[in-house]
Structures are given as structure tokens and as C-alpha cells.
Write a protein that binds this ligand. Structure first.
Ligand code: GTP
Length: 318
């Protein structure tokens, strides 16, 4: 997964550890929020809508003697569409490449069939990575419920024939136990040199990040099946020529793609009001991420039933 970076001799040596980890869990379990909190910058999109993560975004946690590369995967679901099947393949490919899988089990919800299905899939891998069970959203529950939750997680090991190297409660929002989780994951990594230069937080091309931020803004306030129908493509992105060096402007031309004409209407809103809001919200986030003022040209397009069409899926990079 990428050639080790040899340019910085401080990032190697016999005691240096490096490797890959990902978080899995039911939709909305808090995986993206946890990745962001550990990396300390907004790189994976989060939203209150389930299944908003589609790309394997990597975040990098650098320590004086270790480098942990985090991969943010889509949720694994029983597939209903061709897109669903392809997303599951992405997830399994990731699992087979990482050193550690953090299994996110939100403390405010009981362990259910979805969690068992996912853990069952993990147990069936040819090579099961080191598993760390994470009781996410610890801030949402009191001590009694947490103890009950941790016992239920413990009991899963015997039930499913799996071993958790650790079981840790964590809150990504108030930061509780985050450092401990990072330490526990890093302890499980093999000795090896840094994969990325110090200070880098992600190797996702900024087009992908920009598309994800626009999609996140577009998801705000939409309901039902619409979230799954939205995909964003960045057609063109570049600094506007002729600007003074201290006043750069990044031009971004992007398409917000939906599956039906009725959805297009919803996205645009009354006299374009919704699209303007989405554009403004996305622009603010992109500016914060890239540190450059942005001009965003956002258009809504319909690709009929793209989630079920192999041609469209290929074109959209799935
Ligand atoms: N109170 C609290 N809320 C959290 C915490 N972590 C995540 N959340 C919230 O839970 C929701 C889902 O979080 P995400 O990080 O998007 O969840 P995810 O598992 O990546 O979701 P998918 O992409 O759908 O698989 C969001 O509204 C988050 O703000 C936490 O530690 N505490």
C-alpha cells in the first residue's frame, strides 16, 4: 500500500512502528468521526445520515516513534444494488490489507443482528487482523449502561469465535480515551518505516475531498432514499490565473448527481434556494480544509438510476 517514505531518517529506525488500521461498524457507529478525531483534521466526511462514507479515505496519525495510517471504509451491508456489492468488495479488500481493525459498537445502542453479521464476516476472513472493540459515543451513556455494554461486547468473543485484543470505551466528540486508543492500535503495528512524510494527514487527492465535502453539505436535511442517490463529481479545479499571490482564488466546477428528475427539484429548491445553501456550506468547509477562498460552480444533473447501472458506476469511479 504505497512505498515507504525514505526521505526522513527520523521516521525510521529499529524501534519505529508503522502500519494500517480501519474502523468498521454499523452505519452511524461513529467511524468517520473517530478517524477525524484521531487525525485531528476534517478529512473523512461525517453526517447524521447512515452510509455517507463511500471512499477509502486515509488519515495519518504521526507519533515520534510510529505512524498509523487510518482507512475510512464504507459500511458493510447486505447488498441490494450493484453499488452495494461493489462497496462491500471495497470493504473486504481493505480488511485484508490492514494490521488492525477497530470494531465500533456505539454505547448508546444494543448490539444487534447488524453487528453480528459484520463480525461474522470478519471471522470468515482467511487472515483475521488484530481486532480492537471500541465502545463509541461513550459520552452518551452513564456508567451502568457502559458496564452492561462492555460485558455484552466481551460475550461476543465466545459467541462468534473471535478475540478482541482490547475492549475500549471512547468518545470522539469530547476526546475521552482517544490517545489511549491510538496507543493501543500503535502497539499492535509491526516495526517498519513511515509510509508518508511527517505532517501529511491524508493522501486523498483534494478533488476527492472536495467532492466529499460537497456531498456532505448536500446531505444536510434530505430524507428517505435520497441520500444514497447523491454523488458528486469535481469536473475541474484550479487556481484562477492572474490573481495576486496573497489573494488566491480556487475555481471549482462540480456536478451534484441524482437519479431522478424529482430529486433534482428537491436539490435545487424553491428558486434555487437549497442549492445556494448547499454551495455556501460546502464552500466554507472547502476553504477551511484547503486554506484558500473558493469559487464553487455547482450544477445538479440527473443520471437515471445510476446506482444500478454498471456503465454509470464505472464512470463515477465505483
Ligand atoms: N455524542 C457523540 N456523537 C458521536 C460520536 N461519534 C460520532 N457521533 C455522531 O454520530 C453520527 C454518525 O457519525 P459518523 O462518524 O458519520 O458515523 P459513521 O460510522 O462514519 O457512519 P457511516 O458513514 O454512515 O458508516 C454523527 O451525527 C456524529 O456526530 C461521539 O463520540 N459522541
Amino acid at each position: 500500500m504505497g512505498a515507504p517514505d525514505q526521505s526522513n531518517p527520523g521516521q525510521s529506525g529499529p524501534d519505529f512502528r508503522s502500519g494500517f488500521a480501519c474502523f468498521v461498524g454499523r452505519p452511524n457507529a461513529g467511524k468517520s468521526t473517530l478517524t477525524n478525531a484521531l487525525v485531528g483534521s476534517k478529512i473523512a466526511i461525517t453526517s447524521s445520515k447512515p452510509q455517507t462514507t463511500r471512499h477509502a479515505v486515509r488519515g495519518i496519525v504521526s507519533r515520534p516513534a510510529a505512524q498509523l495510517v487510518l482507512i475510512d471504509t464504507p459500511g458493510l451491508h447486505r447488498p441490494r444494488t450493484l453499488l452495494g456489492e461493489r462497496l462491500n468488495d471495497v470493504v473486504r479488500d481493505t480488511w485484508s490489507e490492514v494490521d488492525v481493525v477497530g470494531v465500533c459498537l456505539p454505547a448508546d445502542q444494543r448490539i444487534g443482528p447488524g453487528d453480528r453479521y459484520l463480525l461474522g464476516q470478519l471471522a470468515e476472513l482467511d487472515r483475521v487482523p488484530t481486532l480492537i472493540a471500541i465502545a463509541t459515543k461513550a459520552d452518551l451513556v452513564g456508567p451502568e449502561r457502559m458496564i452492561e455494554h462492555l460485558s455484552a461486547i466481551d460475550a461476543l468473543q465466545a459467541e462468534l469465535g473471535l478475540t478482541f485484543a482490547h475492549i475500549v470505551p471512547v468518545s470522539a466528540t469530547d476526546g475521552n480515551n482517544l490517545d489511549r486508543l491510538a496507543d493501543l492500535i500503535i502497539d499492535e503495528l509491526p516495526a517498519g518505516p513511515a509510509y508518508y512524510p511527517d505532517g501529511e494527514i491524508t493522501d486523498e487527492p483534494s478533488e476527492t475531498l472536495v467532492a466529499e465535502l460537497i456531498r456532505e453539505a448536500a446531505l444536510e436535511g434530505v430524507r428517505d432514499e435520497l441520500p444514497h442517490s447523491i454523488v458528486v463529481t469535481v469536473e475541474e479545479m484550479g487556481l484562477r490565473p492572474g490573481r495576486a499571490e496573497d489573494r488566491p482564488l480556487l475555481d471549482i466546477y462540480a456536478n451534484l448527481i441524482v437519479e431522478r428528475d424529482s430529486q433534482k427539484g428537491i436539490m435545487i429548491g424553491h428558486k434555487g434556494s437549497r442549492l445556494r445553501e448547499v454551495g455556501a456550506a460546502a464552500r466554507a468547509q472547502i476553504t477551511r480544509l484547503l486554506g484558500t477562498p473558493v469559487h464553487l460552480d455547482l450544477r445538479v444533473k440527473v443520471l437515471k438510476d445510476w446506482q444500478r447501472d454498471p456503465k454509470y458506476l464505472n464512470r463515477l469511479g465505483f
